[in-house]
Design a protein around this ligand. Structure first.
Ligand code: KIV
Ligand code: NA
Length: 279
């Protein structure tokens, strides 16, 4: 497969072919996403929760994101790579954001950064894109701001709310973002916003009318213990956790019964050599 570039994504958008995007957090999760032909791999700050076991994304820092991005870059041969700027590394000023973005690109080896926020982030997005760093914007439900939003709630449900999401999307487009993630927005609102933009929208919980879709790999592959809360928009395509549990339990049982390792898992030795050793 040829390397996916921003040009590839723009031509998919022009052809009205959906852009596929999935998160990854390490070498194996990047490898599987790339092997399956994902157009874009996102090293999301959802890493905090699904890979590091933290309460929310506010705890994760630049260095942890960079370790993950470097591992993903080693595992992905063709997909276009986007990394989330973590909370606290870009909100203070466009200058802070630009230096974080440069550091992130140089050390993390991703092709684009993503940051959360709408019209208030426009000057920041334009500063970063002016430096030649592609920016993917993220509006609607922005998890880094969950405390201000009153939790993980659908955005743009009222007329005023929908107008706010639309004006945020238009503002990040005008600022030079190459695309915009629409998270947890009514499908009809996301479709209408998509039709008003000239850059791709990547939906998560935003219906089928977006230019592409993104999901958290851990969620869609079912790589979590039973009982985890899943948002309505997640479709679970696999059950990786159950398969891992089955394998580890089988290993445990075979060790306890002395069935593993079997002869085919052991190294032989010449009888004469062993008899000499035994003396
Ligand atoms: O952190 C993340 O995984 C994300 C996507 C779900 C859009 O931001
Ligand atoms: Na994120």
């Amino acid at each position: 497969r040829k390397k996916v570039t921003l040009g590839t994504l723009q031509s998919l958008y022009a052809k009205n072919e959906p852009i596929t995007m999935l998160t990854a957090y390490d070498f194996p999760s990047a490898h599987v996403a790339d092997a399956a032909g994902m157009d874009v791999i996102l090293v999301g700050d959802s890493l905090a929760m699904v890979a590091l076991g933290m309460e929310d994304t506010s705890e994760v820092g630049m260095e942890e994101m960079i370790v993950a991005c470097r591992a993903v870059a080693r595992g992905a041969r063709s997909s276009f790579l986007v990394g989330d700027l973590p909370m606290g590394t870009y909100e203070s000023s466009p200058t802070q954001a630009l230096s974080s973005a440069i550091h992130f690109i140089k050390r993390g080896r991703v092709h684009s950064i993503k940051l959360e926020g709408g019209s208030e982030m426009a000057p920041t997005i334009s500063r970063i894109t002016s430096a030649g760093i592609p920016v993917l914007a993220h509006v609607g439900l922005t998890p880094q701001r969950q405390n201000a939003l009153g939790g993980f709630r659908v955005q743009g449900k009222s007329t005023a709310g929908a107008l706010k999401v639309l004006s945020d999307a238009l503002a990040v487009q005008a600022a030079g973002a190459w695309g915009v993630v629409l998270e947890a927005v009514p499908a009809a609102v996301a479709s209408l916003i998509t039709s008003k933009l000239r850059i791709p929208t990547i939906g998560i919980g935003a219906g089928n009318g977006c230019s592409g879709q993104v999901l958290v790999q851990t969620d869609m592959a079912g790589n979590f213990p039973p009982g985890r809360f899943l948002p309505r928009f997640v479709k679970q395509y696999g059950n990786v956790w159950a398969e891992s549990l089955r394998a580890v339990e089988a290993y445990r049982d075979e060790v306890k019964r002395r069935e593993y390792p079997a002869p085919e898992h052991t190294y032989p030795m010449k009888r004469e050599e062993f008899e000499e050793f035994e003396k």
